[in-house]
Design a protein around this ligand. Sequence first.
Ligand SMILES: Cc1cc2nc3c(=O)[nH]c(=O)nc-3n(C[C@H](O)[C@H](O)[C@H](O)COP(=O)(O)OP(=O)(O)OC[C@H]3O[C@@H](n4cnc5c(N)ncnc54)[C@H](O)[C@@H]3O)c2cc1C
Length: 368
Amino acid sequence: MINAERSFWESELYERTYDLVVIGAGLTGQSTAHFFKKKHPDASVLVLDRGFFPIGASTRNAGFACFGSVTEHMADMKIEEESNIIDRIRRRFNGLKLLRTTLGDENIAYREPGAYEIFTDEKIYEEALDHLDICNRWLKKAAGKEEVYKKTEHNGFPAISIDHEGCLHPGKMMNTLYQKNVALGIEFRWRSQVKHLDTEHSRLVLDEGIEFHANKIIVATNSFTSKIIDNIDIKPGRGFVFVTKPISDLKWQGTYHYDAGYYYFRGVGENRMLLGGARSLDIDVETTTEFGTNHKIKNHLLKFANGVLRLPKGWEIETEWSGIMGFTSTKSPILRKISDSTVVVAGLSGMGVALGMQLGREAADMVS
Ligand SMILES: Cc1cc2nc3c(=O)[nH]c(=O)nc-3n(C[C@H](O)[C@H](O)[C@H](O)COP(=O)(O)OP(=O)(O)OC[C@H]3O[C@@H](n4cnc5c(N)ncnc54)[C@H](O)[C@@H]3O)c2cc1C
C-alpha cells in the first residue's frame, strides 16, 4: 500500500462518481461498456479488471465461433427445456453476428473452414443421427437456417457436418474491442481487483483502500462472481488447451467437436492444431478458480491426439494454458438486476465467444 494523502486534483479527477462502472474486462464486460457508451457518448464509463490484461476466459479460450454440436444439444436436453435451448441457440447465433459486424471479420481473423462432430462409438453415432431432425428444426426456428447438421464422413470417421460454424483469434477479438473502447473514451484500470461491492450505496472497494462510486454498476466477472456476490448459481470450471508446433500434412484443418462438446480441436495458423477439453474426466478437481494443468487430463488428451486423431509421429506441443469458465446449473447465463443500481451478467458456461457481446448489449440496455 502506498501511504499518501489525496491531493485536491486527485480527489477531483479520480473520486468522482462514474455514470457506469463495469467490473471485469472480458468480452462480456467490455461489450457492456461499449454499447452503453455508444448509447450515451457523454457518460463517464470505467472498466476495472484485476489482471494486467483480462485474465479469465476471453483471452484464453479456443476461439470456436459455434452454436452447439448435436451431442451437445442432446446433453442439454437432459437438463433443460426445449424452449430454453432454442432461445440459447438464437442468442449464440445473434451474438456471433453482432460480434462480427461490430469488430469486423478481418480484425478478429474470422474464418469458416468447415466444422464437424466426429464419432468413435457406433451406438452414440446412431443416437446422434436420430436427433438430426430435431436439431435441424431448432436451428431453423432459432436462426432461420436449413439443414445445418448433415450425416457425413470425415477423415475416415463417421461424422456430422455443421454449416455456418466458424473460428476466430480470441486475442485479436479482445484487442480490437479494447481499441474501439479506448477510442470511444472508456476508461480502463488494470490490476484493480474489486474486493467488496456495496450495492446499497453503489460503492466499490479495491485494494489499498481505493473506492469508486457509480450511478450504475455491471458485474461481469463470470467464474469469479461468487467472490463478490453471495448466493449466485455459478461454479467455476477450468479448461485446458494446447497448441502444437507446425505439423506437416495436418489433416485436421477445420473445427471439430467430440463427446457432447467436451473435446474440441481445430487448425490454427500454419499447420498447427489446437486441442482442448476433457474436463469431464476429473470434473470435481476442475471445479476451481485456480489456473494450472491437470496432468491426468493432459495425458488423456495426448492419448486422444495419438490414438484417435492419429497425429503424425514426432509432433510436439508448442504451448499450453488453462482458463476458467463460469457454469450455471442449467448452462443458461445469468443476466439479472440485484439492486436498483447493479446488474450481474455472468455464467457464460463455455459459450461466451458467441454469447458475450450479445449479453453485454442486453446488460447495457438494462442500465440505460
Ligand atoms: C479453455 C477455454 C476454452 C473455451 N473455448 C471457447 C470456445 O471455443 N468458444 C466459446 O464460445 N467459448 C469458449 N470458452 C468460454 C468463453 O471464453 C467464455 O464464456 C467467455 O470468455 C466469458 O467472457 P466473460 O467476459 O463473461 O468472462 P471472462 O473473460 O472470464 O472475464 C471476467 C473478467 O473479470 C475479471 N475479474 C474477476 N474478478 C474480478 C474482481 N473482483 N475485480 C476486478 N476484475 C475481476 C477477470 O480478471 C476477467 O478478466 C472457453 C473458455 C475456456 C476457459
